[in-house]
Design a protein around this ligand. Structure first.
Ligand code: C2E
Ligand code: CA
Ligand code: CA
Ligand code: CA
Length: 279
């Protein structure tokens, strides 16, 4: 048994070190990808429930290694976060989204919201307020149309420091939303205290709207709570008409999901915005 134990141990260290070297490899490739400009932004339409027309977009990063398939963020964002690479990558995303948004506005396209995801690391380890201020100033993108997506986890760490940062961001004129809402540790107290503009109901609840009573009740409660707290509320991951019907009946303000549009390249989104405009 002892022998076996040792073998198991050796097996584990080997497995670990191969995982570690794979990770190191990916880290090196990501670093190079950033230097070589291999990241691109796709955009997904945000839909206003009142007329079911696009009101803006969320920027979603993708990695396009030359000659290979496009890589989804789920595959590299966690490693970028662990290694700190998310800080320069996140800055690139923010700047690129603002520049693209400004170009669309200058072209006369109706873009009221450009939503950008912020990571915990960005929020903690750099002067995020200065970062956003500079991205706005350098691009000329109007602050009130920039919406920063935060997560619940970011807001809980040090509530006092968080509120200072959030207030400073609001001073710039940007909008703040809480992404994946309902999956973290929310408390009504901080929702009331923090200068948040919108809750984005996590797609895991929206997925179950047709047949899961809990998901229906959670979603209805988040929508009702948003109304009480005077926050906008958006449902993510809307894929079916049944989900949409439930959200309509419960008075959700905004939708996002494949039922309306999948994330698309800048060129695709531009065409769509232009169609909407000429109609
Ligand atoms: P997220 O911020 O919650 O973004 C929504 C994700 O749901 C996107 O996946 C989008 O393509 C997907 N989605 C949208 N509608 C539907 C739908 O109807 N059904 C389903 N099943 N999925 C839908 P994506 O683009 O793969 O991004 C995954 C996550 O990666 C994002 O989740 C976000 O957490 C992170 N991410 C993406 N871009 C960035 C970025 O620029 N910075 C940071 N920090 N994180 C990012
Ligand atoms: Ca998001
Ligand atoms: Ca989300
Ligand atoms: Ca998510």
């Amino acid at each position: 048994a002892k022998q076996e134990g040792r073998n198991t141990y050796r097996f584990h260290t080997q497995a670990l070190s191969s995982a570690a070297s794979e990770r190191l490899d990916l880290e090196t490739r990501l670093r190079r990808a950033l230097a070589e400009n291999e990241f691109v932004l796709h955009y997904q339409m945000l839909i206003d429930a009142r007329n079911e027309a696009a009101i803006g977009v969320e920027a979603l990063v993708r990695w396009q290694p030359p000659g290979e398939a496009m890589v989804a963020p789920g595959k590299f964002i966690p490693i970028a976060e662990e290694t700190g690479l998310i800080v320069p990558l996140g800055e690139w995303v923010l700047r690129s989204a603002c520049q693209q948004g400004k170009a669309w506005i200058d072209a006369g396209l109706p873009l009221m919201i450009m939503a950008v995801n912020l990571s915990v690391r960005q929020f903690q380890s750099v002067d995020v307020v200065e970062l956003v201020r500079r991205a706005l100033a350098d691009s000329g993108f109007p602050a009130e149309r920039l919406e920063l997506e935060l997560t619940e986890g970011m807001l809980m760490d040090d509530a006092n420091q968080t509120i200072v940062t959030l207030n400073a961001l609001k001073q710039l004129g940007v909008r703040l939303s809480i992404d994946d809402f309902g999956t973290g540790y929310s408390s009504l107290a901080y929702l009331k205290r923090f200068p948040i503009d919108k809750l984005k109901i996590d797609q895991s609840f929206v997925r179950g709207l047709y047949d899961d009573l809990n998901d229906r009740e959670i979603t209805a409660t988040i929508i009702a709570m948003s109304r009480i707290l005077k926050l906008d509320v958006l449902a993510e991951g809307v894929e079916t008409e049944q989900q949409l019907t439930f959200l309509r009946e419960n008075g959700c303000d905004y939708y996002q999901g494949y039922w309306f549009h999948r994330p698309e390249s800048a060129a695709g989104v531009e065409q769509r915005l232009a169609e909407k405009f000429s109609r």
